[in-house]
Design a protein around this ligand. Structure first.
Ligand code: MN
Length: 132
């Protein structure tokens, strides 16, 4: 696969939460190639810990093993004042009604199309508030 971008890269840190390691690896590779710093988690529990590194955007798989799935992790992050402002894009294979409840800012449907992913991430990263 070749990943080309003629845009000026937008820098920033993205947390990817995904238990499918092949998909995690693909997302990591694509977003690194776009110039982003990428941190990763494979479970909801790990995601909550990684969030303390204050990523600019979180890509959250909804179906995760263990007690904290992507819905619960998102609810907890959105309920925590340290993390409320961080946009969370849910990744799911199914249309679901839980988006509003959990507080996802957007949903990205699987199978994930790389150009679409890059566009969505670029939009959120471009819109993010400067840190102070
Ligand atoms: Mn999953």
């Amino acid at each position: 696969m070749s990943i080309k971008s003629t845009k000026t890269p937008i820098t920033g840190k993205i947390l990817i939460v995904e238990d499918n390691l092949d998909l995690l690896s693909l997302l990591h590779r694509v977003l690194r190639a776009e110039g982003y710093e990428v941190i990763m988690a494979v479970s909801g529990e790990e995601a909550l810990g990684r969030a303390e590194e204050l990523p600019d955007l979180i890509l959250m798989d909804i179906r995760l093993p263990g007690e904290i799935d992507g819905l619960e992790a998102t609810r907890r992050l959105k309920a925590d004042s340290r993390f409320t402002r961080i946009p969370i894009v849910g990744m799911t294979a199914q249309l679901m009604e839980e988006k509003a409840i959990a507080g996802f800012n957007e949903l990205l449907f699987k199978p994930i199309e790389v150009d679409h992913l890059i566009a969505i991430v670029g939009r959120w990263m471009g819109e993010r508030q400067p840190k102070n």
